[in-house]
Write a protein that binds this ligand. Sequence first.
Ligand code: UD1
Ligand code: UDP
Length: 372
Amino acid sequence: MSMKILTIFGTRPEAIKLFPLIHALEADPRFVSKVCVSAQHRAMLDQVLAIAGIEPDHDLDLMRPDQSLNALTAALLTGLGRVMDAERPDWVVVQGDTATAMAGALSAYYRKIPVGHVEAGLRSGNIHHPWPEEVNRKIIGSIATLHAAPTETAAQALLRENVDPQTVHVTGNTVIDALHWIVARSEVERGLVSGLADLEARFAGKRIVGMTSHRRENFGQGMRAIATAVRRIAARADVAVIFPVHLNPNVRGVMHAELAGLDNIALIEPLDYPHFARLMAISTLLLTDSGGVQEEAPALGKPVLVMRETTERPEGIEAGTARLVGTDPGRIVAETFRLLDDEAAYAAMARAHNPFGDGRAAGRIVELLAAG
Ligand code: UD1
Ligand code: UDP
């Protein structure tokens, strides 16, 4: 009899990191694959569903403008519980550390349904950075009975928390599967990445800094500091910053107030995944506080300056492609200028590595689920 897997997610990065697994489950007769989206994100989630061709079986449509963590989590627990009662799956699969992933794991636990955790074992060691993700991951980690750790470092973090070693497996991160899939597809379907052509023409001859920023712990002062840094970087005539601005109003308010209308800065709407992969490819370097971008940049050989105080992804730093620069404008500007002006420093960081996986993580996770 086939095994029913209910995959639950709600945001852009979860969708990106789970579509390779969903594709693999759908193609495998050993499984019945059911998909539930909380739609904690709406437009940014739908961009990924469209490109990956995923039509959810359940859509809770939970996103509300500037939603609070309490209201979102309460709605998630109620809505996800209802879906689980209807589907009665053999496994629930969640990814990463969002509110949806945490509430999905907790709802499954309340029903004694086993939980598989994709991207298990990331830890910064600081429950306030990233906030609230570090606690979400710890909750999921204490519930899951299948931990797909992307790296050996992540697996070791789980073992240090006394997680049963039999349940911990190093699979690689599915984000590399997703990136390979999208890059290969865009090479065949050039129209998928043609939407950046106008910006590429406008900034021809300049060095592109690709940028994203959205972390809750940076809201307010941190966001303003990041904007100050970007303004100074874009004051250089030889640089252009392309910044697809996250739809969270706490990000948009500050970034549009501080950066709109400046010559060398393009504040644009969130890009779909093929276009964002293209932006990474044409960028000289990346400035980000995103988790996923820290994993993708090393695979593309792009130096990435991480505007956070801590990271749960030390592999990029150890591989030499990522550097933690915090949110102090002076430090962000200095590290960016060093990469722009010092060829040796740039070359040292611009080497392609794959510390986060080989692009075959989804297949490994499918086999673990089948064995479970
Ligand atoms: C969430 C996750 C975070 C993840 C990030 C990825 C939690 C607590 N946070 O943060 O871990 O790194 O997604 O981007 O789970 N909005 C829209 N349209 C969208 C998406 C968001 O308008 O498509 C706006 C809404 O006003 C919404 C707000 O952004 O209320 C915040 O969305 P939410 O998912 O709660 O938090 P993020 O900051 O996006
Ligand atoms: N991304 C995207 N469009 C954008 C910005 C980012 O498709 O405009 C992708 C990016 O390639 C990565 C993921 O979204 O795979 C990261 O999402 P985000 O930064 O929102 O969340 P995090 O990874 O920090 O949880």
